[in-house]
Write a protein that binds this ligand. Structure first.
Ligand code: AMP
Length: 395
């Protein structure tokens, strides 16, 4: 079933959204991105003369009501973006909630209270999922951020909607973007992988090796590769247990005709501190009392030219400690190179955690083709895992 072709007239659409937004001590939403991203799907149903029941989690409550995690705090933000008033159900499966959703008229919207006030949500409890399912005639999953969880509202619930289940616009665009990169035969395909550790990116690297033409490796993880090749990396971040794994990746890349690009130079400091003096060294000749905290200018120019000659780009993980101004040049420059390539027709997907934070921080999000909304979900997708929230709709 497809959201564009489905006839929502007189139907109540139960939409799993990701309204897990940051809220300050005064109960105000401090970043409404996730709410804004869900609006097209909600509007689609309303404009087709259906009604909408919204369900989400917020934060990590201890399986019971906690005021600071109440979704009542976001009602006015949702109303502002929808430009209409909505009703709020103070418990997601109470009689009051069912009365509200049973009597819903076309064009109306109800928001259910935080699903995680029930332990059954995270446990994927089927009787809880069955109760939730009663709120709608059709189920839409638009929460990519939780698609890697087999929770009651993200996966199990789909069992109670035989045919009438579908992806929302947001989730659909996330899937299309990853499939475009990993499933397409457009070349050259370049993966830029950075971030702190090899250990957290190893499954991604192994999965990508059979699919990409180039892998650019930056960030803290690069030093483990450099050490594996016999370089001197000083006090840089290293995972000694992963030296042979790094070597294996390099060997596999060679077998698969994948070109791995490691940094050739690095910006170093004696302390992990933005106030420390900075130096520049060849990546494999870092003095013992220094650590590499960003890629150097030669690496930036080398990486940028690979990026600009790519048809498809996938970027996960920063090139250095971009949170500190002295070590953000590498990440900014790579973000600019990706933006420039995109302007010239390259498809670029930025996904998973800190690279998303980086493009947002540098105000370049609108200059890449797709910025993923799901950190952990995107990582698992890139690792080649089947996401329960996606599978449940496709089955
Ligand atoms: P990840 O969550 O694995 O993508 O890692 C992101 C983190 O890696 C960011 O907080 C960066 O500050 C950090 N990082 C990037 N490069 C380095 C480096 N050379 N040394 C230490 N940490 C780094």
């Amino acid at each position: 079933m497809n959201i564009n072709s489905f006839n929502f007239f007189n139907k109540r659409a139960l939409i799993r959204v990701d309204f897990n937004v940051p809220i300050n001590n005064e109960g105000q939403v401090t970043d409404d991105t996730r709410i804004r991203m869900a609006i097209p799907t909600i509007k689609k149903v309303l404009e087709s003369n259906g009604s909408v029941v919204l369900m989400s989690h917020l934060g990590r409550p201890k399986d019971e009501f906690e005021k600071k995690y109440s979704l009542s705090q976001i009602v006015s933000t949702v109303e502002k973006h929808l430009d209409q008033s909505i009703s709020f159900a103070e418990d997601c499966i109470s009689d009051q909630a069912f009365r509200l959703t049973e009597n819903l008229q076309n064009g109306q919207v109800v928001l259910l209270e935080n699903l995680r006030f029930y332990a059954e949500e995270k446990k994927g409890d089927s009787s809880f999922a069955m109760k939730l399912a009663k709120h709608g005639d059709v189920y839409i999953n638009d929460a990519f951020g939780t698609a890697h969880r087999a929770h009651a509202s993200t996966a199990v619930i789909a069992n109670y909607f035989k045919e009438d289940k579908m992806f929302g616009h947001l989730l659909e665009s996330e899937i299309k973007s990853v499939e475009k990169v990993l499933g397409s035969d457009g070349h050259p395909l370049t993966a830029i992988v950075g971030g702190a550790k090899v250990s957290s990116k190893i499954t991604i690297l192994s999965n990508l090796i059979s699919k990409v033409d180039h892998i650019i490796i930056g960030g803290g993880m690069a030093y483990t590769f450099v050490k594996a090749l016999g370089g001197r990396i000083g006090k840089s971040l290293v995972e000694d247990d992963y030296l042979s794994v790094a070597k294996d990746i390099l060997d596999k890349a060679l077998e698969n005709n994948v070109k791995i690009h490691l940094p050739v130079d690095t910006i170093t400091a004696k302390e992990f501190n933005n106030k420390a003096d900075i130096f520049s060294h060849a990546i494999d000749a870092i003095p013992d009392d220094q650590m590499g905290l960003d890629i150097g200018i030669q690496s930036i120019s080398m990486f940028s030219s690979v990026i600009k000659n790519s048809a498809l780009i996938l970027w996960n993980g920063p090139m250095g400690v971009f949170e500190m101004t002295n070590f953000q040049k590498g990440t900014i420059s790579i973000a600019n190179a990706v933006a420039e390539a995109t302007e010239n027709g390259t498809f670029s997907l930025v996904g998973g955690g800190d690279s998303v934070a980086a493009v947002n921080q540098f105000k370049l999000a609108h200059k890449v083709s797709h910025v993923s909304t799901g950190g952990g979900a995107m990582l698992e997708y890139l690792e080649g895992k089947v996401l329960p929230g996606i599978k449940a709709i496709q089955e």
